[in-house]
Design a protein around this ligand. Structure first.
Ligand code: DGJ
Length: 465
């Protein structure tokens, strides 16, 4: 009896185990089905989105054309000894090394000279405004634009774009033998435009401090990546920027305020946000008016993100650590159809490196890394973000999913002669590699930055009046 009782129990138990495993497998199946369904519906949204682009803005197709580059690395100049020749061959083995070599024979490819400068006042070709990434870009007075590490504010009160950036028109030097190339702080430059192409110099809207060495803005310090937002509640324009000492140990953010987009801005103070070191940073204004600060922290090993107070003059205590251990900087955020996107660079000083695109359902995270957004050029162009580093992404109102990717092509030999690389950024289409936590099914559409030697905004595109 006992034996047969145990047998019954075994049978009962194995039946139970069987139904439990069936339940688990049904659950897994259900999850997979849900996943496939959500993927399919997202793909439809993506496809619908592309149709929207194509039908409403056929010229977006022009922006999405893949343009290849065939730049050859030049052979070494003279061969002194077989060893030297081998060393030289190794050194100029790829385009990035060539880009970093101030004496490269193809320097003009990366830094075309003043003769080819883009002068929007004189150079309106057939009525269309062309961008030439990497060429010197002149303002309406014929001077090279000085707005590096910049950001854009679209001022709805004046229907005008304001481009703020580091005014670096001073000599480049190293504070110490091993220190990074630097230019003394001059201030934040501001340029205004109605068409995102012709820029009027509005002067230095936040100036360096010349005498007081203890002041954050003393010329011997560092002021980088200024960004400005408008606060509709207080009626103030608020600027956030990276404030540091020459050795990048202060690692703080600075805050300044003005009644006008063209300044003058009054410098309020610096702080270590949430008590953490903060280097490359940006601010992002969400649709509901909440502004977020995003900064590289923990020695650039991760990013931190958190909302500002209602007056935009401080951070709130709420903060999330994101992209932990990924060592990213130069964050540039944007939002499309309720999803948040961000382009970042790696951390290699002034040298270019590979950009990555990230996405999140909620701005506070979790953020997922999607991969390299760069398309066209050649492999080295793509691995070096077209020899530039992200700084800001400007939405093109009226063309859903289309943006201008603003980047800096740094010239550490002469920082004032750094260039702007503006390229079309389009959201849409399936991503090209699976994401981290998603059973291999990518949920986000692809973020693509297209290389062009020369390109223009769709001629029908206009600043709304
Ligand atoms: C990389 C940062 O993105 C730049 O803003 C600047 O801080 C350089 N490093 C300095 O080396």
């Amino acid at each position: 009896m006992a034996i047969s009782g145990t047998g019954n129990l075994h049978r009962a138990l194995s039946g139970y185990r069987c139904s439990r495993s069936a339940m688990v497998w049904s659950l897994v199946g259900l999850l997979l089905l849900l996943q496939l369904y959500s993927l399919a519906s997202r793909r439809n949204v993506v496809r619908g989105d592309i149709q929207l682009h194509v039908s409403r803005h056929p010229l977006v197709r022009e922006l999405e054309q893949v343009e290849e580059e065939n730049i050859q690395v030049p052979p070494p100049k003279k061969k002194k000894s077989p060893h030297a020749a081998k060393r030289r061959r190794k050194r100029s083995a790829n385009l990035i090394d060539e880009f970093l070599d101030e004496n490269s024979q193809i320097r003009h490819v990366f830094f075309p000279d003043m003769k080819s400068a883009v002068d929007p006042v004189k150079g309106v070709e057939n009525g269309s405004h062309h961008y030439y990434p990497g060429k010197i870009w002149l303002d309406t007075e014929g001077n090279p634009i000085q707005a590096h590490g910049g950001g854009m504010l679209y001022d709805e009160r004046s229907n005008t774009y304001y481009w703020y950036g580091e005014y670096k028109d001073g000599p480049t030097y190293r504070a110490h033998k091993r220190g990074a190339a630097r230019v003394d702080v001059i201030g934040v430059g501001c340029y205004s435009s109605k068409d995102l192409w012709t820029w009027k110099n509005q002067g230095i809207v936040l100036a360096a401090e010349q005498t007081n060495e203890t002041h954050d803005l003393h010329k011997s310090n560092v002021l980088e990546r200024p960004k400005v937002v408008f606060n509709a509640k207080t009626g103030k324009y608020v600027m956030w920027m990276h404030i540091d000492d020459a050795n990048y140990t202060k690692a703080s953010v600075g805050i300044a305020i003005s009644d006008y987009p063209t300044g003058p801005f009054e410098y309020l103070r610096s702080q270590r946000p949430h008590g953490f070191d903060s280097r490359d940073m940006t601010i992002f204004k969400d649709d509901d008016g909440v502004v977020y600060l995003i900064y590289s922290s923990q020695d650039n090993s991760e990013l931190h993100i958190g909302p500002l107070t209602d007056d935009y003059l401080d951070v709130q205590p709420d903060m999330r650590r994101i992209l932990i251990g990924q060592h990213r900087e130069a964050p540039a955020l944007f939002k499309y159809q309720g999803t948040y996107y961000m382009v970042t660079s790696g951390c290699t000083g002034w040298a270019p490196n590979e950009a990555l695109a990230h996405a999140a359902e909620s701005i506070m995270g979790p953020w997922e890394t999607m991969g390299n957004p760069c398309i066209g050029g050649n492999k080295m162009f793509r691995l070096a973000t077209f020899f530039a580093q992200s700084t800001f992404v400007v939405p093109l109102p009226g063309i859903p999913g289309s943006y201008i990717f603003m980047a800096d092509r740094w010239n550490p030999a002469e920082l004032r002669n750094s260039r702007y690389v503006w390229l079309p950024l389009i959201v849409g289409g399936p991503p090209d590699r699976p994401l981290e936590y998603n059973f291999g099914f990518p949920p986000w559409p692809r973020v693509s930055i297209y290389w062009h030697k020369k390109w223009r905004l769709p001629p029908s595109w206009k600043v709304s009046k």
